[in-house]
Design a protein around this ligand. Structure first.
Ligand code: NAP
Length: 450
């Protein structure tokens, strides 16, 4: 990557040299550094204090063996990770991902992005991320429990309610968080808010399950309102994925008057011209944990197509990628543009490749980056931490109202920062800058250790 600023070029080159086999991490760092060109011009103190040099290196990385016994009595071995990226503004905070593709590069890119996202929420949370290359698909409940217990046996040494507070992500939902919480409590003999996304009977927050998807729609609605004088009402929408984020994005989009016509999983996508029947989708995905192809067997008129990338060929006004990183490339972006898409908002982390983002920017498509538009999940996790500390819980509506306020603020903070630094309507650069400046101020105030 080429930068105008020699300083940023130096930072990027040294990150490449230090992390040569980590393409996702380099992609995430490159995208953020590109946004900092006007910052380094206006703020020489940030350069002098080495803030950016420090931010691209995690404070701590932990890798560990996770051995567990499967239902046939055979010993299995996976690798566990926790990357504690930045604690300038609060305890490390970020989810855990269980998926066979997990490696250090993926956990580092997620931890890096999380630092900016958490700052944007305005809540006191640093950035971190963890996970394992464990594949939960096809495992029995008991196998999941034994894996989670083994994973937490090591992780417990490194986390705590004032140190590092993990949560869910791909492959880690309420069931996995429950098993991990139980093991932490057994090991420590203490009942604390050490994880978020907990069950409602033991400290979980109402609206946490819905938060990322709902928050994505609150953000998108505000963006359409402010930048196009438009709204979700009457829009045709495509949502990729059919996990936690995708399901609740679809629910809120429908509630706001939009029509979601397609959803996917890693095998393929379904198209339903009448609008996705979410009760059927929830039954298949949340209850039966089955494949999305089932949907077309159960709903008259719905079609199933093999291959998940095909979903971007479906004509829509608004596209919401909610599955995984780099799922929407330049070619898919061009299909969406040719079909007249007006806005793309990321529910997943880094789902659009740099080529896709460039295509949206150069064709006047509104583009909302995940670190801003999917921050609703961690925002409600922050509210769960507050409720746990108070030993009190807010109603669903109270949490939902706070979430709505936070998402609107994140949009305006990103939009205003883009304007202030002369970046027009580039919400991505605005989000990077707004998230960064708060962390930078804290890092400068706290000094450098000698
Ligand atoms: P989830 O419930 O596990 O669902 C993930 C969905 O994405 C599933 O439909 C899955 O399909 C699909 N998927 C996963 N890997 C894929 C791949 N390599 N190719 C194509 N599809 C793939 O996870 P989630 O919590 O909804 O998370 C989705 C995204 O949102 C992730 O990027 C995550 O980091 C981000 N995010 C989540 C939260 C949160 O609160 N959960 C907050 C912020 C951001 P299969 O079932 O076929 O694998």
């Amino acid at each position: 990557m080429q930068f105008k600023s020699a300083y940023l070029q130096g930072v990027y080159d040294s990150v490449c040299k230090r992390n040569p086999h980590e393409p996702e991490f380099l992609q995430a760092v490159g995208e953020v550094l590109e946004s900092f060109e006007p910052v380094v011009e206006k703020r020489p103190d940030i350069v002098e204090k080495g803030v950016i040099d420090r931010m691209v290196e995690p404070e701590r990385m932990i890798m560990f063996r996770v051995s567990w016994v499967d239902d046939n009595g055979k010993v299995q071995v996976n690798r566990g990770y926790r990357v504690q990226f930045n604690s300038a503004i609060g305890p490390y905070k970020g989810g855990c991902r269980f998926h066979p593709s997990v490696n250090l590069s993926i956990i580092k890119f997620l931890g890096f992005e999380q630092t900016f996202k958490n700052s944007l929420t305005t809540l006191p949370m640093g950035g971190g991320k963890g996970g394992s290359d464990f594949n939960p698909k096809g495992k029995s409940d008991n196998e999941i429990m034994r894996f989670c217990q083994s994973f937490m046996t090591e992780l417990a040494k490194h986390i705590g309610p004032d140190t590092d507070v993990p949560a869910g992500d791909i492959g880690v939902g309420a069931r996995e968080v429950g098993y991990m919480f139980g093991q932490y409590k057994r090991l420590r003999n203490e009942f604390t808010g050490v994880l978020t996304g907990k069950g409602l009977t033991f400290g979980g927050s109402l609206a946490r399950t819905e938060a990322t998807g709902y928050g994505l729609l609150y953000f998108t609605e505000e963006m359409l309102n402010c930048m196009k004088n438009d709204s979700i009402k009457g829009k045709t929408i495509v949502v990729s994925g059919s996990g936690n984020v995708a399901i609740y994005a679809t629910e809120k989009a429908t509630e706001l008057g939009g029509k979601v016509v397609a959803m996917s999983d890693s095998d393929g996508y379904v198209f339903d011209a009448n609008g996705i029947d979410l009760d059927v989708m929830k039954q298949i995905k949340e209850v039966e944990r089955a494949r999305i192809s089932e949907y077309a067997k159960r709903v008259a008129g719905a079609e199933y197509h093999e291959g998940c990338a095909g979903i971007w060929g479906v004509k829509c006004d608004v596209a919401l990628p909610c599955a995984t990183q780099n799922e929407l490339d330049g070619e898919s972006a061009n299909k969406l543009i040719a079909n007249g898409v007006i806005a793309v908002a990321e529910g997943a982390n880094m789902p659009c490749t740099p080529e896709a983002i460039n295509a949206f920017h150069s064709n006047g498509v509104l583009y909302a980056p995940g670190k801003a538009s999917n921050a609703g999940g961690v925002a409600v996790s922050g509210l769960e931490m507050s409720q746990n500390s108070m030993r009190y819980s807010w109603s669903f509506d109270e949490v939902d109202e706070k979430l709505k306020g936070i998402m609107k603020n994140i949009f305006h903070a990103s939009y205003d920062a883009a304007k202030e630094f002369g970046l027009n309507d580039n919400i991505m650069a605005g989000a990077n800058i707004a998230g960064f400046l708060k962390v930078a101020a804290a890092m400068i105030a706290q000094g450098v250790a000698y």
